[in-house]
Design a binder for this molecule. Structure first.
Ligand SMILES: [Mg+2]
Length: 123
């Protein structure tokens, strides 16, 4: 695991252990918390047009709010990963390799949808 990510993971672990919250962190509740945080991030953008979105990114208070929601999301993902013994860096590397095979550059470059497999479910 990348040492910077490991340091962050250890800080999050320590934070939770100090508060005796680790006992509450089962995968189901972590996932619900994660989705709740994604909802909070979505709320930052809800009903905004492109110009308004650009404006919130340059507003220091609104930008800070978005940063905090992103941090919440990533922290829950890190907790979920260590509670389920998943190496995040290795998982991302493996998934990128799989995606390279699934989406070859010569067939997919610049295309938004997937003309190779269409909307295939269960993947
Ligand atoms: Mg939040």
């Amino acid at each position: 695991m990348d040492s910077e990510l490991k340091d962050i993971r250890d800080k999050i672990k320590e934070f939770n252990l100090e508060r005796d919250w680790d006992k509450f962190h089962n995968p189901k509740d972590l996932l619900i918390a994660l989705v709740s945080e994604v909802g909070e991030l979505a709320e930052c953008y809800r009903w905004l047009n492109d110009q308004e979105i650009s404006n919130i990114h340059s507003d220091p208070i609104k930008r800070k709010n978005i940063e905090e929601e992103i941090a919440d999301i990533i922290m829950y993902l890190i907790i979920l990963a260590y509670k389920t013994d998943i190496d995040i860096i290795k998982s991302i590397d493996n998934k990128l390799e799989k995606n390279k095979l699934r989406y070859p550059i010569e067939k997919i470059k610049g295309i938004h949808s997937n003309p190779i497999e269409g909307f295939k479910s269960g993947i």
